[in-house]
Design a protein around this ligand. Structure first.
Ligand SMILES: [Ca+2]
Ligand SMILES: [Ca+2]
Ligand SMILES: [Ca+2]
Length: 215
C-alpha cells in the first residue's frame, strides 16, 4: 500500500445495528467523467459538488501528463492553479441516521507530476454549520503513488444532516488526483471490498465491538 499514514480524526463510532441482510444503498457515485469534455483549470462547475476554500482543476485523462482511473474520462487535481488547494462539497445533503454505517470510498493517486508529497482530507460536514462531523486525513502521499483506494466508515449515535467533502492541502498547484467517489450506506454491517479493508481500521474496530456486544 503506497499510502503510508491514516490519521483518523473525530470519528463518532457508536453501536451498529445488525439486522436482516439487504443491499447497500448507493447515495452518491461520481467518476467525474461528465462534468466537462475538456480540461478546465480552477473549475467550479462540477455537477455534484461546489468548490470552496481554494481551487481544484478538472482534468481529462492524458492532459498535463495525468492519467485518470482507467486511462480515460475525467478526474480532479485537488490542488488547483491558484496556489491554494480547494475543497469540494456535495451539493446534496444526506440524512445520516443513528445506527446506520456509512461507507465513503474513492480512488486517489499522487500528483503524478513530480511535486512534493500531498495531503487530502475527506468526510462529512454539518450541512448547516459546515462544522466537521467526522472524517480522516491522509498525508505524505508521494507524487508517484499509483491509484489506490481511500475509504472510511462512519456511524454515529446522533442524527446528522451532512454533506460529503474532499479537501486538498497545498500551494504548489500539483495535488492529489481524485476519481471514483462512491458513498453508500448499509444497515447490514456488510464489509466493503477487500481492497479497501486495509484503510478501514477504526471503523472495523467499532464494528467488532458492536458484534461482541450483540452476543
Ligand atoms: Ca473518472
Ligand atoms: Ca493544478
Ligand atoms: Ca501539492
Amino acid at each position: 500500500m503506497s499510502i503510508k499514514r491514516l490519521i483518523p480524526s473525530l470519528f463518532l463510532i457508536a453501536g451498529i445495528a445488525l439486522s436482516a441482510p439487504s443491499q447497500a444503498v448507493v447515495l452518491l457515485s461520481d467518476g467525474f467523467d461528465a462534468d466537462s469534455q475538456s480540461t478546465v483549470l480552477n473549475f467550479n462547475n462540477l455537477i455534484n459538488w461546489t468548490v470552496s476554500d481554494g481551487t481544484i482543476d478538472y482534468i481529462r485523462s492524458g492532459d498535463y501528463g495525468i492519467s485518470c482511473v482507467g486511462g480515460s474520462g475525467g478526474c480532479l487535481d485537488m490542488d488547483g492553479s491558484t496556489s491554494d488547494a480547494g475543497r469540494i462539497t456535495s451539493r446534496a445533503t444526506f440524512s445520516l441516521l443513528p445506527g446506520v454505517t456509512y461507507f465513503v470510498d474513492a480512488t486517489i493517486s499522487g500528483n503524478q507530476r513530480g511535486g512534493s508529497s500531498d495531503e487530502i482530507s475527506f468526510g462529512f460536514l454539518d450541512a448547516n454549520t459546515s462544522n466537521l462531523i467526522g472524517g480522516a486525513t491522509f498525508s505524505g502521499i508521494p507524487n508517484s503513488s499509483p491509484f489506490a483506494p481511500l475509504s472510511l466508515s462512519f456511524s454515529s449515535s446522533n442524527a446528522h444532516t451532512a454533506r460529503l467533502f474532499f479537501e486538498g492541502a497545498g500551494q504548489d498547484n500539483v495535488g492529489v488526483i481524485l476519481d471514483n467517489v462512491l458513498f453508500r450506506d448499509s444497515t447490514t454491517g456488510d464489509l466493503p471490498e477487500p481492497g479497501a479493508l486495509a484503510l478501514l481500521g477504526l471503523g472495523l474496530a467499532g464494528l467488532a465491538t458492536s458484534r461482541r456486544r450483540k452476543h
